[in-house]
Write a protein that binds this ligand. Structure first.
Ligand code: SF4
Length: 465
């Protein structure tokens, strides 16, 4: 697969990643704990028999200057132990209100650095989770790992806790890049951690890279990719770095002059696509995700069984997602809800026996429809008009007349084909999937032609290409 650079220049603009629709900037304080509680415990609300659980573990030993996550930097163990106690209380609260018989089909620990927890803390937290929730036999149980923070004891503890997939942060192997972002991590260290995980039976290991970091060049990143492929990851995520120092203070440590320009970034992305889908022998999943041909994600893509949630692409079909810990975002049938960002407010709620929901959004019928459309574009790369018309009782061409008009440039550029009953995203179109999805986002400002445009509200998003 090759990236057409001319089209990339034309369509490169900030845009959402659509891990949710409506996206997080639309969440507000009108939705709170009571709404969530009602949704959670109301027997009238349809629920999925399997659920997904997310746990946010925000602690890190040191700050990477590029980081855009919600993190707490500490060298002390007490705040971590204290947070884990609060998290257990929240687990009890959520479990208490959940209907019986639902099983965990997917679980993820994200951060921060989940492996900043000691081996005992890992076992204790997972023991508590398993005492409150039943797991499906084939549950996907995954964890984010910082290879600089993983000992043999911790790897054993993760295996004992039942983790079967790990995502390792890596970003770039180049020493100059690593120094500029305050994250030194050698090839040998990363290789050792992958071995440790595999020796403990955690076979599925993903690696996360970032392009667009300080001092990166097409050649230097190509070298990193070569090294990465020798580690045989199951999946690779290669994120486009979003430089937003006005939102993330730590990014002010990075001088803008050190960053590769937009043209270099496009060339890097073109190289990434070609290298990974040819010599790397990986399947391009969508946006910035690649998977080995035999990986579940690649086979799900082939079967049209791919989904998208706050963890990105997923093979588990639209499970209700209950997210625990500060800042985490959950998704139920009718709501997105986000927990308090401030640990003091999170503590206050949890200790008072209340769900620590800070804000969220209730989906309207129109949101449900557009969420399904955007999900189908992002995951199936097609819209089946009769299916959508039947599911939502609409005349698609009538309902989305302005959007269909706004899609004309994508059709003219061979990124989308209108087959009458189906709108099909072409192979080249998959590289511009966010742009196509943005056309159906009712909350984004549009130009006279109906195309989504960047505004002062959108720089928080990374560029679509
Ligand atoms: S990139 Fe990862 S390890 Fe670095 S500060 Fe952010 S969450 Fe912590």
């Amino acid at each position: 697969m090759k990236l057409n650079l001319e089209l990339a220049r034309k369509y490169s603009r900030p845009g959402p990643r659509y891990t949710s629709y409506p996206t997080a900037p639309q969440f507000g304080e009108a939705v709170g704990a009571e709404d969530y509680l009602n949704e959670l415990s109301n027997p009238q609300v349809p629920v999925t028999p399997e659920i997904s659980l997310y746990f946010h573990l925000p602690f890190c030993r040191s700050l990477c200057y590029f980081c855009a996550c919600n993190v707490i930097i500490t060298h002390r163990r007490e705040p971590i132990a204290d947070y884990l106690q609060l998290l257990k209380k929240e687990i009890d609260l959520v479990a208490r209100h959940m209907a019986d018989g639902r099983k965990v089909g997917q679980l993820h620990w994200g951060g921060g650095t989940p492996t900043y927890l000691t081996a005992d803390e890992i076992k204790d937290l997972m023991g508590h989770i398993r005492s409150r929730f039943a797991f499906s036999a084939d549950a996907e149980v995954s964890v984010e790992i910082d290879p600089r923070e993983l000992s043999a004891d911790q790897a054993e503890a993760l295996a004992e806790a039942g983790f079967n997939r790990a995502s390792c942060g890596l970003q770039d192997f180049n020493g100059e890049v690593q120094k500029a972002v305050n994250r030194l991590q050698s090839y040998e260290q990363t290789e050792g951690v992958l071995e440790l995980l595999r020796d403990n039976g955690i076979e599925h290991v993903n690696l996360d890279l970032i392009y667009g970091l300080p001092h990166q060049t097409v050649e230097s990143f190509a070298r990193t990719l070569e090294q990465v492929l020798t580690l045989h990851p199951s999946r690779l995520a290669v994120y486009n770095y979003a430089y937003v120092p006005w939102l993330k203070k730590n990014q002010t440590m990075i001088d803008e002059a050190w960053l590769p320009g937009p043209e270099v970034k496009l060339e890097m992305f073109a190289h990434i696509i070609t290298a990974l889908t040819t010599t790397g022998n990986m399947t391009f999943i969508g946006m910035d995700h690649f998977a080995r041909h035999d990986d579940e994600l690649a086979t799900a893509l082939e079967r049209g069984a791919l989904h998208r949630n706050f963890q990105g692409y997923s093979t588990r079909a639209g499970l209700d997602l209950y997210a625990l810990g500060i800042t985490s975002i959950g998704q139920t049938r009718n709501y997105y809800v986000q927990n308090h960002k401030q640990i003091s407010r999170y503590r206050q709620s949890v200790e008072a026996g209340q769900l620590p929901t800070e804000r969220g959004i209730r989906l309207t019928d129109e949101d449900h429809l557009r969420r399904r459309v955007i999900q189908d574009i992002m995951c199936r790369f097609e819209l089946n008009l009769p299916d959508l018309e039947q599911a939502f009782n609409i005349d698609f061409r009538d309902h989305f007349a302005p959007e269909l008009k706004a899609l004309a440039p994508f059709e003219a550029d061979d990124l989308l084909v209108d087959e009458g009953d189906r709108l099909l995203v072409t192979e080249q179109g998959r590289l511009f999937i966010r742009n196509i999805a943005m056309t159906f986002d009712a909350y984004l400002p549009k130009n006279g032609g109906g195309q989504a445009v960047a505004t002062s509200d959108t720089p928080q998003y990374s560029k679509t290409v």
